[in-house]
Ligand binder design. Structure first.
Ligand SMILES: [Zn+2]
Ligand SMILES: [Zn+2]
Length: 179
């Protein structure tokens, strides 16, 4: 695998998913703004969530070509010039809501209704029809406001050693027991 391509799982219609190759992500938001506050992750692990199944079955509307996935962990391979605390090589978990950390709602810890990450409605998320943020069922992902959005594992080796357990416990096991 080279860093020039980005293999992604795309929604092409109900019960129709396709593996496609996109360009390597840039530090640019879906509306074309510079995201110097962002970071690029190489995805280490990602889940298929119950919500993905709703999209797959056509119960949640999604645009054709949307990249799936909103539960992912990755290694930081690039940081924008405004990122201060997250560093290259960090292993980070990515919360599924995209949020800025700067608006009133974020400051009141309601990151699910961030006012700055979706022009249509006060809510953004990866891999949903919510602001056009690329999903994490991919080789690489751009995460905006990286200092705010990324949760770094304190011990990289320990995290990597237990990665599959962490992935399983974060969603797959609870979803499987629910479905
Ligand atoms: Zn989910
Ligand atoms: Zn916000």
């Amino acid at each position: 695998m080279t860093s020039s391509g980005n293999r992604v799982v795309t929604f092409m219609g109900p019960m129709k998913m396709e593996l496609q190759t996109f360009d390597f992500p840039k530090l640019i938001t879906p509306t074309g703004k510079k995201a110097n506050h962002g970071a690029i992750l190489k995805i280490v692990t990602t889940n298929i969530c119950g919500s993905d199944q709703h999209i797959y079955h056509g119960r949640f509307a999604a645009p054709k070509g949307m990249v799936m996935g909103h539960e992912m962990t990755g290694e930081v391979i690039e940081v924008g010039p405004d990122v201060e605390f997250i560093k290259k090589g960090d292993i980070c978990s990515v919360p599924f809501n995209v949020s800025c950390g700067r608006c009133r709602n974020c400051k009141e810890r309601h990151t699910d209704v961030c006012m700055n990450v979706n022009d249509e409605v006060d809510c953004g998320a990866y891999g949903f029809n919510l602001g056009g943020w690329q999903g994490g069922q991919s080789d690489y992902l751009m995460v905006p406001y990286a200092d705010w959005n990324l949760l770094r594992f304190p011990d990289k080796d320990q995290a990597m050693e237990k990665m599959r357990d962490l992935t399983l416990l974060s969603d797959i096991l609870p979803t499987a027991s629910m479905v």
